[in-house]
Write a protein that binds this ligand. Structure first.
Ligand code: COA
Length: 258
């Protein structure tokens, strides 16, 4: 791969880095396909968590590649959006917890990439925004759907219609991100959180993500029924016996992911 690097840690935490620094890590079709391919590759290895970040301190991802989009006909644009949707779905629909470590510009497609992750940690120099309407287009990698679900329709519409950029502090205030850390610390903070996640029962974490993902999509009764089924299913795992047994024996659990 030319623009996407995957690093696998011994703790089961994978870091996916988008590295196209000369264009502030902008997503052209190739970069977007590589993100999807890298996620497919790494997911097969059942990592405990996946961190997504951008190379360098200046930019997470400065959006979809405007020069590439300027050449696209409608069907090519549709295909580009679909490749983007497929890659983003691998982040939020997969059972593996995903964390965006946002280090600078997260504009347009960059903000959408962060939105597709379960958790967003941003450095204080991060800038978020949806500049698309200023280019005569609209957010095409999930922004119109994921943003209102996360921060509510009124604030989402304000950001999408105005194209206004917001800093990390404002993004935190409106619930767009989980936390703000010092410049240069987003990846470290994401690694620390991923290590906390990785120390827990891996099957339990995967099922917890799947159950939590249902919340915005189904009615409460169906959601609770699903939760009860997932809860019951985990009682068939060795990890549940190990986790509860270790508590009784006052020791640390040794999870096997079974
Ligand atoms: N698509 C294509 N190229 C991009 C890009 C994008 N989304 N964002 C940045 N780049 C390129 C610039 O064209 C420039 O390339 P060049 O050196 O060959 O001219 C390079 O990255 C560096 O960007 P530059 O604009 O010189 O940096 P800056 O610090 O002055 O400004 C931004 C940074 C992010 C404010 C500015 O690049 C920008 O507005 N980018 C577009 C953001 C956007 O609209 N994204 C949503 C697209 S849907």
């Amino acid at each position: 791969m030319d623009y996407v690097k995957l690093e696998r840690g011994e703790d089961g935490v994978a870091v996916l880095t988008i590295d196209r620094q000369e264009k502030l890590n902008a997503l052209n079709p190739q970069v977007t396909e590589e993100i999807g391919q890298a996620l497919l590759d790494v997911e097969r290895e059942e990592p405990r968590a996946i961190i997504v970040t951008g190379a360098g301190e200046r930019s997470f991802v400065a959006g979809a590649d405007i020069s590439a989009m300027n050449e696209m006909l409608p069907l090519e644009a549709k295909r580009f959006a679909e490749i983007g949707h497929a890659a983003m779905a691998l982040l939020d629909r997969s059972p593996v917890p995903t964390i965006a470590a946002v280090n600078g510009f997260a504009l347009g497609g960059g903000c959408e990439l962060a939105l597709a992750c379960d958790i967003r940690i941003a450095a204080e120099n991060a800038l978020f925004g949806f500049p698309e309407v200023g280019l005569g287009i609209l957010p095409g990698m999930g922004g119109t759907q994921r943003l209102p679900r996360l921060i509510g329709p009124a604030l989402a519409k304000e950001l999408i219609f105005s194209g206004r950029r917001i800093d990390a502090a404002e993004a935190k205030e409106i619930g767009l991100i989980n936390r703000v850390v010092a410049q240069g610390e987003a990846l470290n903070a994401a690694r620390e959180l991923a290590a906390e996640i990785a120390a827990n029962g891996p099957v339990a974490v995967r099922h917890a993500k799947t159950a939590t993902n249902r919340a915005p999509d189904v009615d409460l009764i169906s959601g609770l029924e699903y939760e009860a089924d997932q809860f019951a299913l985990l009682f068939a795992t060795e990890d549940a016996r190990e986790g509860m047994g270790a508590f009784a024996e006052k020791r640390k659990p040794q999870f096997k992911g079974q």
